[in-house]
Design a protein around this ligand. Structure first.
Ligand code: PLP
Length: 399
């Protein structure tokens, strides 16, 4: 017997499958550096955001164990109830020092941080200006906020200015929000121009450094440091589950901002405090980022080599300037086939399809990491060429 809803869910799944849009979990075994067994096949992981290889770093793992022994596995309540430990405060002090800000607030995830912060900063009567390729958690934050949201064309400053001029004046607060490194294209937001427009139109700027924290800037603080404009951006969000290899996220800025969020960000207030083990592991990961500059330098060197090789083979890597290197294929079907063929050759790369990316731009999203040995980039590019060749069919679309 079918329970209410089940028939419809089945229909939706069949429809997605028919359009090559069904998503399915692929299982991987424990990672040993950049290698793991994926669906029975040993492979190089070229689609993780563990860019610096810190998720398996012995000091980070040991920190999680030590803190868990001392404080327990879980916190038992929200931060504002009885969940706030000394390690939550320590990780926030560490993040603020790392970012060079007055204060920071630790969140359960980047998704929580974006949804809660945007919804706290903007409400009815306010206007949000958001890049069209911003992360889904920013989009959801805009929706939850009930502010009027204006989406500007990707990195298009004329469009942003036009919207600020036409729509901004009626709003009580104007909030411009952008990824600094875009998660599916690997390109970079024009932060200097955004800051200039924000000054001109009296707007608050919020940046999402999910793919930049630990990777850019003299001290690894992110793209705002790289561009020398950190002190002009009042709301700086970033994640701890990507380059830092652990979990959680932060919003860094003034103590007014942090106290405001403690009182207003619903995704902070109404959720159980993150485990202390996570806080301590993030502290260790930040120490490694500060100490071991070679990790981010290696990531950028490998990414640059990868982009050059792919371009020399005539492949489209969009405007990537970072460790995220898309290879645009076009059709969903070819993208999936190439991803499958690559796994057979020992390279794990996910195909990314709509609605994560616009229709007709399905792609492989290749990411590099500091712990890849020399030569792997070259081997991967050869494998990719073979995979594209072997999946080409005269009736199908040529990738
Ligand atoms: C991954 C990501 C997030 C969400 O962070 P989580 O910690 O994974 O929830 C937010 N913004 C961007 C740009 C991201 O890539």
């Amino acid at each position: 017997m079918r329970l209410p809803g089940e028939r419809r869910w089945q229909q939706v799944l069949e429809d997605l499958k028919g359009r090559n849009l069904l998503r399915r979990l692929r299982r991987r075994g424990p990672a040993s550096g950049a290698r793991a067994v994926v669906e029975g096949q040993e492979a190089w992981i070229l689609c993780s955001n563990d860019y610096l290889g810190l998720s398996t770093h012995p000091d980070v793992i040991q920190a999680m164990i030590d803190a868990t022994r001392r404080f327990g596995a879980g916190t038992g309540a929200a931060r504002l109830i009885s969940g706030n430990t000394s390690l939550h405060e320590e990780v926030e002090e560490k993040i603020a020092r790392f970012k060079g800000t007055e204060a920071a607030l630790f969140f359960t995830s980047g998704y929580h941080a974006n949804v809660g912060t945007i919804q706290a900063l903007a409400g009815e009567g306010d206007a949000i200006f958001s890049d069209e390729l911003n992360h889904a958690s920013i989009i959801d934050g805009c929706r939850l906020s009930r502010a009027r949201t204006f989406v500007y064309r990707h990195r298009d400053m004329n469009h942003l200015e036009d919207l600020l001029r036409r729509e901004g004046s009626r709003a009580r607060t104007r909030l411009v929000v952008t990824d600094t490194v875009f998660s599916m294209d690997g390109d970079v937001a024009p932060l200097e121009d955004i800051v200039r427009l924000a000054e001109q139109y009296d707007a608050v700027v919020m940046v999402d450094e999910a793919h930049a924290t630990g990777l850019f800037g003299e001290h690894g603080r992110g793209m705002c440091e790289e561009k020398g404009i950190s002190d002009k951006i009042p709301v700086q969000m970033g994640t701890c589950g990507k380059a830092l290899g652990v979990f959680g996220a932060y919003v860094a800025g003034s103590s007014e901002l942090v106290n405001f969020l403690i009182n207003r960000a619903r995704s902070f207030i109404f959720t159980t405090a993150p485990p202390p083990g996570i806080c301590f592991a993030v502290i260790k990961a930040l120490e490694i980022v500060e100490r071991e500059k070679w990790r981010r330098e290696r990531v950028q060197a490998l990414a640059s080599r990868l982009r050059t090789l792919l371009k020399s083979k005539g492949l489209n890597t969009l405007n990537s300037e970072t460790q995220i290197v898309p290879v645009v294929i076009g059709s969903e079907n070819s993208t999936l086939a190439i991803s499958r063929a690559l796994l057979k050759m020992g390279f794990f790369v996910q195909g990314i399809r709509p609605p994560t990316v616009p229709p007709g731009t399905s792609r492989l999203r290749v990411t590099v990491r500091a712990d890849l040995p020399d030569g792997i980039i070259e081997d991967f590019c050869c494998a990719l060429e073979k995979a594209i060749g072997s999946t080409w069919s005269p009736t199908g679309e040529q990738p």
